[in-house]
Design a protein around this ligand. Structure first.
Ligand code: ATP
Ligand code: MG
Length: 169
């Protein structure tokens, strides 16, 4: 399905703006702020919308889950000649450098005790990686322990040319 990635991401984030996340024991409502830097240009990409929504959902849920109360999550959309890059940054616990390459493995969770307290299976990012790679894209993370993490998704993108516009007439 062809979608404008800008609108698509906006819709997903609107939903997050309305949900108040509760922790495992439902005893504590976690607050967070989403900072959108999506630009206004339409970026048309062909994606499986259900699957790509699952990818963004997991990364957003991780950003919330592994951040203290009141964190800011910044979602940014940028583009170059042939890729769009979606980045999601949090101000959370961060990920040790030695674990950065492993978090996309099935069932891998940083610090079992810390992760168990949060709930989850450790499958989210492994599934995200499969989905993104099926779209011929890439997913990776950057992090600084104690300061936060950024997850990047890059997808192939072909800017619309004037020729394409003519084809539609
Ligand atoms: P699931 O997504 O299956 O419910 P999960 O969130 O533990 O469980 P993944 O989404 O695959 O699993 O993430 C793997 C591990 O990477 C997490 O357990 C956590 O240790 C680490 N991690 C992921 N995202 C972040 C983040 N934004 N900040 C800090 N650590 C993270
Ligand atoms: Mg997860």
């Amino acid at each position: 399905e062809f979608v404008n990635l800008n609108d698509f991401v906006n819709h997903i984030l609107n939903r997050f703006d309305m949900i108040v996340k509760t922790d495992k024991n439902k005893s504590h409502k976690k607050k967070y702020t989403i900072n959108r830097e999506l630009g206004s240009q339409a970026l048309w990409v062909e994606i499986d919308t259900d699957k790509m929504m699952q990818v963004i959902d997991n990364i957003m849920n991780n950003a919330i889950k592994y951040s203290p109360d009141g964190g800011v999550i910044t979602v940014r959309l940028t583009q170059n000649q042939n890729h769009v890059i979606l980045s999601i940054s949090d101000q959370g616990l961060g990920i040790p450098r030695k674990d950065l390459g492993k978090i996309f493995d099935r069932f891998y969770r940083v610090d079992k005790a810390r992760s168990r307290a949060q709930g989850g299976t450790g499958l989210g990012l492994a599934i995200a990686k499969e989905i993104v790679e099926a779209h011929h894209g890439r997913i990776w993370a950057d992090s600084s322990e104690g300061r936060g993490s950024t997850f990047y998704i890059s997808l192939p993108y072909e800017p619309m040319t004037e020729e394409d516009d003519w084809d539609e007439v």
